[in-house]
Design a protein around this ligand. Structure first.
Ligand SMILES: Cc1cc2nc3c(=O)[nH]c(=O)nc-3n(C[C@H](O)[C@H](O)[C@H](O)COP(=O)(O)OP(=O)(O)OC[C@H]3O[C@@H](n4cnc5c(N)ncnc54)[C@H](O)[C@@H]3O)c2cc1C
Length: 460
């Protein structure tokens, strides 16, 4: 049977375990043989969190706070906990999560395992807020890992897509829950790079920054900054309430994705009014939207999907040009494209190749059908090629129609990662379909090297 969204085989032979303690995770690993796939709260579909006939360790209920040090601004958690649960606990102490995604639904381990990021200008990806982790490897042994101790495991597991072992615990740095003031302005796409360089990049008071690209022309951006301020808040709420959206919102989102007129309406009428209003809020309020309230809809027939491309800053305009051309030729309906900045990544082994990049988060509504999946794969393939040819990389939580060569070019650290995986997980037990596909990249490279060595020794 084929999953309509991911286009991959549905797996009926797996067994799911929802552990509550570290010991249960260890026992599950040592008392079984065969593949193990690990998941947080399952937002990465398309095979990132599963493997046929595997033991699925679902950590969504492994979600306790183990220690909160308010003075040191540090929190230690079981890894399946969601950002939302942490926010509820730390907000009364006027503390904030330092780095997370644009919404708070995800688990800590799921976020660490993809080395997630959002729009914090200087902060970079989530690894920059991690003091240490605990990880259980395939032999059932538990390791503490940090920048100073077992650092290969630290840099391998963060951004390692569940391929090394089970992250069971994380100690994270927190930030102050300060007041932030919003400023917004409209820009032509060819003004954006200069504007970012001159006005945003080195301004230490700007904590968060993001630009919204308006489809279908991708000529205009709405540039939004959140700056530290001493002004009183204009909205006294501490956290978003994230009530369930009314039924008509999904119809509207779907309709809007397809209508150039509605995009124009949003750009010319709604947003100019909405963004001219003064807005000062606490950091936690701005960072506690969930996916539904951010417009992500999942219905029986379609779902909102996000793809991400990391493009070197100096290639911004050429990528916009290519992206626009690809969307035009394939007649793609895009809900919105969000741009944010990612500083040079000193993070995980599997970091992308691009230093100082703009992240393009492409958000669209996708029908749950095989045909729709194939159409998406066609334009996604071209976007991946455009990103890799620009010296960039990509993060696709749903489908990965990339080639071995593209993966190796986009993720130059993959060699070291695979060497580490061979040591940490010699029987290749920690698996998912993402790894299955990309392990091929390593094997192809190894084979090519072996051939090269044989040919040169024959010559000698
Ligand atoms: C609509 C949407 C919007 C998104 N927006 C952003 C964004 O703004 N920024 C961004 O960076 N990302 C974004 N993402 C991607 C998101 O960060 C990842 O999908 C994230 O992994 C989801 O967390 P999760 O808890 O659902 O993880 P899961 O989907 O459950 O797992 C993700 C990966 O982590 C591994 N994993 C999970 N738990 C463990 C563990 N304990 N030990 C080892 N490995 C583990 C899994 O094997 C899998 O490979 C978005 C995704 C979606 C669907």
């Amino acid at each position: 049977m084929i999953d309509e969204v991911s286009g991959t085989a549905v797996d009926n032979g797996s067994v799911t375990l929802k552990p509550l303690t570290e010991q249960e995770i260890i026992d599950a690993i040592v008392s079984t043989k065969g593949p193990i796939s690990v998941s947080g709260v399952h937002y990465s579909l398309g095979g990132n969190v599963r493997y046929p006939d595997s033991l699925i360790l679902d950590l969504s209920e492994f979600d306790e706070v183990l220690e909160l040090d308010v003075e040191q601004k540090l929190i230690t958690v079981q890894s399946g906990i969601s950002w939302q649960k942490i926010q509820q606990l730390i907000d009364p102490y006027d503390l904030s999560i330092k780095i997370m995604q644009g919404s708070n639904d995800y688990s800590v381990a799921g976020s660490l395992s993809v080395n997630a990021h959002s729009n914090y200008v200087a902060a970079g990806p989530v690894i920059n807020s991690v003091r240490s982790i605990r990880i259980v490897l395939a032999d059932g042994k538990v390791y503490e890992a940090s920048r100073d101790k077992n650092n290969a495991l630290f840099f391998g597991a963060i951004g390692g897509f569940g391929g090394l072992g089970v992250i069971v615990q994380a100690t994270l740095e927190l930030a102050d829950n300060i007041a932030l003031e919003r400023t917004a302005k409209f820009l032509g796409y060819n003004e954006f790079n200069q504007h970012f360089n001159d006005n945003i990049l080195d301004d230490e008071d700007i904590v968060q920054h993001q630009a919204v690209f308006y489809p279908p022309n991708y000529e205009t951006l709405l540039d939004i900054s959140w700056r530290k301020t001493d002004k009183p808040v204009t909205d006294a709420r501490r956290l978003q309430s994230n009530e369930i959206e009314p039924w008509w919102e999904s119809a509207l989102a779907n309709w809007k994705s397809r209508s150039a007129l509605l995009h124009r309406f949003q750009k010319n009428l709604i947003d100019p009014v909405k963004y001219q209003k003064e807005m000062v809020v606490m950091r936690n309020l701005e960072n506690s939207y969930n996916l539904r309230s951010s417009g992500f809809i999942n219905s029986t027939t379609s779902t909102m999907v996000m793809q991400e491309y990391l493009i070197p800053v100096k290639r911004f305009e050429i990528f916009v040009f290519n992206m626009r051309d690809i969307f035009d030729r394939h007649d793609v309906d895009i809900f919105k494209v969000l741009i944010s900045y990612l500083p040079q990544d000193h993070g995980g082994l599997l970091k992308g190749s691009s230093a100082h990049s703009f992240s393009f988060r492409v958000i669209y509504q996708q029908e749950k059908s095989k045909v729709s999946q194939q159409l998406v794969e066609a334009w996604t393939r071209e976007l991946i090629a455009a990103a890799v040819n620009s010296g960039g990389s990509y993060i696709l939580p749903y489908i990965i129609p990339d080639s071995v060569q593209q993966f190796v070019r986009a993720f130059p650290g993959s060699d070291y990662f695979y060497e580490l995986k061979e040591k940490a997980d010699p029987e290749n037990r920690f698996k998912n379909l993402f790894w299955e596909q990309h392990l091929a990249a390593y094997n192809v490279k190894q084979e090519a090297l072996r051939n090269l060595r044989t040919t040169s020794s024959e010559k000698n």
